[in-house]
Design a binder for this molecule. Structure first.
Ligand code: UDP
Length: 237
């Protein structure tokens, strides 16, 4: 058997992947399906970190557009990511996956604070560690949080689970013959402003030499398949 390409990975989930058809911010059935994908991969022996976004509940930039102070709105966005992290934790523990949530904003009654060495121990014990509250500062996004945690936790790759199956040269919803890249360079993503993650997150992954694998997490079995080198994805490297 060939050695797996990656041992420790970070999964970035946008808040929107927890939403259902009915417009609920957190659809428990949808969240349960995402948890199953994570559990499958964990069961294969991968060490798994998860970073959850908050865009399904609140984005700082929208609050600011409606007249709020940007920093305050961003703190609200970070609190939204903690809610999502608890929802993912609950869904994982329901199916027997041991987890810990660590927040960049300390909230002792709710979850652990982010402590890198403690997160390391959790991973060694086979727990899935869910990182909440991004980097803990306003004017950032959870994409940057994901890139930062992937770098400091020495992850071999950052998997970005979305509702599209990779990175295209044009918006596939608008351009009929848009082409999906199999692989694309970090610099090309930045130069062409391709919609992968925000620029600071891409630059951090480039500087830390962490490939970004963009794939559709809503498709059953795709996360495990992509890890196995069989599913559909785009690798930014
Ligand atoms: N946010 C922040 N700092 C961070 C991470 C997140 O201020 O380090 C805020 C920001 O307002 C953002 C919101 O939290 O809009 C939700 O995160 P994000 O938009 O990244 O979620 P996603 O798009 O992945 O669902």
């Amino acid at each position: 058997m060939t050695e797996p390409r990656y041992k420790r990975i970070l999964l970035k989930l946008s808040g929107e992947v927890l939403m259902g058809q009915g417009g609920l911010a957190i659809d428990t059935a949808v969240t349960a399906r995402v948890a199953e994908e994570i559990a499958d991969v964990r069961a294969q022996g991968y060490e798994l970190c998860v970073v959850v976004g908050g865009g399904n509940i609140f984005r700082g930039i929208s609050g600011a557009a409606n007249g709020m102070e940007r920093a305050t709105a961003d703190y609200m966005g970070m609190l939204a990511t903690v809610m999502n992290a608890l929802a993912v934790q609950n869904a994982l523990e329901t199916i027997g996956v041991d987890t810990r949530v660590q927040s960049a904003i300390p909230m002792h009654s709710v979850c652990e604070p982010f402590i890198r060495r403690r997160a390391e121990r959790h991973l060694e014990k086979g727990r899935v560690v869910i990182f909440a509250a991004g980097v803990g500062s306003p004017f950032f996004t959870t994409d940057s949080g994901a890139a930062l945690r992937a770098a400091e936790m020495n992850c071999d790759a950052l998997f970005k689970g979305t509702s599209v199956d990779g990175v295209y040269d044009a918006d596939p919803k608008k351009v009929a013959d848009a082409k999906r890249y199999e692989t694309v360079s970090y610099d090309m993503v930045l130069a062409k402003n391709l919609k992968v993650m925000d620029a600071s997150a891409v630059a951090l992954c480039r500087d830390s030499d962490i490939p970004i694998v963009v794939f559709n997490i809503r498709e059953h079995g795709n996360f495990a398949a992509v890890l196995d080198g069989k599913g559909v994805s785009t690798v930014v490297q």
